[in-house]
Write a protein that binds this ligand. Structure first.
Ligand code: AMP
Length: 379
């Protein structure tokens, strides 16, 4: 079967690698250049979306910031999963918030802002502290403003007004104000849903971010109560979208109660641990779901942690003695994810020890949060 992925980054690459044993041939459509490329070698295979669609049995996506005309063309082909509506929802916080409300899942109070009047209403209904996020084009904490005190109101509004005016998205762009959630930690749930509505859901992963970018994800101890809450919300959201494929949901854990932060209608960075830590990884399960093949078990086979390799950093080969290194064949640039490291162990205590060993091989400033993750596991 031929699968076309919209987007030619590391997620398409890892789908191609996971699909090979199933004879699933994955190619990628680079939405910027219009080229059809091999997702692993980046060899150019052709040009143009129409050609890509003609050669594909199935179409899917690796990210959500895709022009609406590309999405509607793919939708019209009848081959697109999870489909236009799911991708548009993941790429637009306004739609996302409406979906969370429709699905009846707990999420931060919000107000949509298009002008100063809306901003003032948000200030009076939500109050300070408040966090404001762009509706479109926001990722890894970009397009966000934090109002910590009343002194921030005027300068922040000037920034937001300038942002709205400069947006190339025109009237489609707006910002969403959210209450500031005093969360204890951030967790995410990744799962696959097939066309019959069957689910395979991985255990919750704890995520540690640095400057808005994911540093470390840990899939270790079980918390049955949180897992039950997360799975119920996952099912509600996936069913509301009639979703087919892998879906990721990021949550805030507020004193044992989960609140959805955002969804990603695709395989997700916080699910990379599944490559070594789960029976069937998220990339394979995504392909299985969209190709209408039986889903594979999402059971965790051993405690596992994933550490992102971000920017111009050094990873000595010695790391390979204790961990699995996944490179994306990308040129290093500040803030750019260029690979990740998966670390597995038989027990949580052993995972903590191996993470400490790993930390001793890597520069602390290049791998922030690694030491903290190791010591929080040993508690
Ligand atoms: P996002 O792009 O929505 O994932 O936001 C990036 C990061 O900002 C999240 O990972 C949180 O650490 C933080 N954040 C987002 N929304 C809120 C909120 N409503 N309250 C507190 N922190 C938030």
């Amino acid at each position: 079967m031929n699968v076309l992925v919209l987007g030619a980054g590391q997620l398409a690459r890892m789908m191609a690698l996971a699909g090979a044993p199933l004879n699933l041939k994955v190619s990628a459509y680079d939405v910027r250049s219009g080229n059809l490329v091999h997702p692993v070698t980046l060899e150019v295979l052709g040009h143009g979306l129409e050609n890509g669609i003609a050669g594909a049995d199935i179409i899917t996506a690796e990210f959500e910031h895709i022009a609406p005309d590309i999405l509607s063309t793919c939708q019209a082909s009848g081959k697109f999963s999870p489909g236009e509506e799911a991708i548009l929802t993941g790429g637009d916080r306004r739609k996302e918030k409406a979906l969370l409300d429709k699905a009846g899942v707990n999420n931060a109070r919000y107000h949509t802002i298009q002008n100063r009047e809306d901003f003032d209403t948000a200030l009076s209904t939500i109050g300070v502290p408040m966090i404001v996020k762009s509706a479109l084009d926001g990722y890894d904490g970009k397009g966000q403003w934090r109002l910590k005190s009343l002194d921030d109101i005027e300068p922040t509004w000037r920034d937001i007004a300038a942002f709205l005016q400069a947006s190339h998205q025109g009237d489609r762009q707006c910002v969403i104000a959210e209450e500031f959630v005093p969360f204890d930690r951030e967790v995410s749930l990744i799962g696959a849903r097939n066309a019959n509505g069957e689910l395979e859901v991985y255990p919750l992963t704890e995520n540690i971010h640095t400057d808005g970018i994911l540093s470390v994800s840990v899939a270790a101890g079980e918390n049955e109560a949180l897992q039950t809450q997360a799975e119920a919300m996952f099912k509600a959201v996936a069913d509301a979208l009639d979703y087919v494929g892998v879906l990721a949901i990021e949550f805030f854990d507020v004193n044992g109660t989960l609140m959805v932060n955002e969804i990603a209608p695709r395989v997700h960075n916080s699910g990379h641990w599944t490559q070594q830590g789960a029976e069937v990884c998220q990339f394979e399960n995504h392909l299985r779901a969209v190709c209408n093949l039986p889903l594979g078990s999402a059971a965790r086979i051993r405690p596992t942690a994933m550490i992102n390799i971000v920017g111009e950093v050094t990873v000595p080969d010695e790391v390979m003695r204790i961990a699995h290194v996944h490179w994306y064949d990308k040129a290093p640039r500040p803030g750019r994810k260029i690979g990740h490291i998966n670390v597995c162990a038989d027990t949580t205590a052993e995972l903590s020890i191996i993470l400490k060993d790993l930390a001793s091989l890597l520069a602390e400033n290049e791998f922030p949060a690694l030491k903290d993750a190791a010591s929080s596991l040993s508690k």
